[in-house]
Design a protein around this ligand. Structure first.
Ligand code: C5P
Length: 242
């Protein structure tokens, strides 16, 4: 397990917003109540590094740059060089192009930036994996996650992103010195319309399964009071850790 001071440090809020101003609103509301803001493709493509500067300036939360690099190793190396200036705590790369891509990312990441490998997106189910041409054994998301996590660990990645349904198996197989970040979190009280997440768990179950960090987006974003939602999630984490 990572050394995290407070339960809230384990909460990652994804800034899944279309522009600077809507992201800024949530940065102001949630800074100090969560551990990291995750910046993904939607916001980064629109606003670029400015959004990361805004998070750094606001303070009290770290940066998770979730661009899920996925290209030939040399291009990933170049992307990582550019990313080194952005002071991210975590940065993500996809696992499915193999070891060389992961090694290029790990070798190039500088300073405190840790490389996390995305194993299998939590929006993918068995049917989705089958349709993508996975052989029968790896149509089971758990088997594919463990297989890919093994490659990520031996390539030097600091950890993986995987669903709460797989977290305990990853923890058991790869030990405590391997960061597990779990998206697809749905507190029992949250109701999300047209939810696309498939392999979901509650904050409590994810932490009990061994997740170090949980990514919680819509349950916080669509709550009447996002700060209250975050506090409830932090309480749930605290109980789960006991
Ligand atoms: O809680 P919610 O479903 O709104 O969270 C969505 C966020 O989780 C998005 O930013 C998405 O990129 C991220 N994510 C995911 N599955 C992964 C990795 C990240 O849903 N495997």
């Amino acid at each position: 397990m990572q050394l995290l001071r407070e339960p809230k440090d384990r909460i990652i809020f994804p800034l899944d917003f279309p522009d600077y101003n809507s992201a800024k609103k949530y940065i102001e509301i949630l800074r100090g109540h969560i551990g990291l803001f995750k910046v993904g493709l939607e916001l980064f493509v629109k606003e670029g590094p400015e959004i990361l500067k805004l998070i750094s300036k606001a303070g009290k939360a770290k940066i998770f740059l979730d661009l899920k690099f996925h290209d030939i190793p040399e291009t990933v190396r170049g992307a990582m060089k550019s990313a080194n200036a952005l002071s991210a705590e975590f940065i993500t790369v996809h696992c499915d192009e193999g070891r060389k891509l992961l090694e290029a990312a790990v070798e190039t990441a500088s300073g405190k930036t840790k490389v996390l490998a995305v194993t299998v997106l939590t929006s993918l189910s068995r049917e989705g994996l089958k349709e993508m041409g996975m052989r029968e054994e790896f149509q089971d998301p758990l088997k594919l996650v463990l297989h890919r996590a093994g490659i990520a660990k031996s390539a030097g990645c600091a950890g993986v992103v995987c669903s709460g349904l797989e977290a305990s198996f990853v923890r058991k197989e790869f030990g405590n010195d391997f960061i597990i970040v779990t998206p697809g979190i749905r507190p029992s009280w949250s109701v999300i319309k047209n939810d696309d997440q498939q392999r979901i768990v509650t904050p409590s179950d994810a932490i009990k399964a061994g997740a170090d960090y949980i990514v919680v987006g819509r349950p916080i974003r669509t709550a009447k009071d996002p700060v209250d939602a975050v506090k409830r999630i932090a309480e749930e984490i605290e109980k789960a850790l006991k």
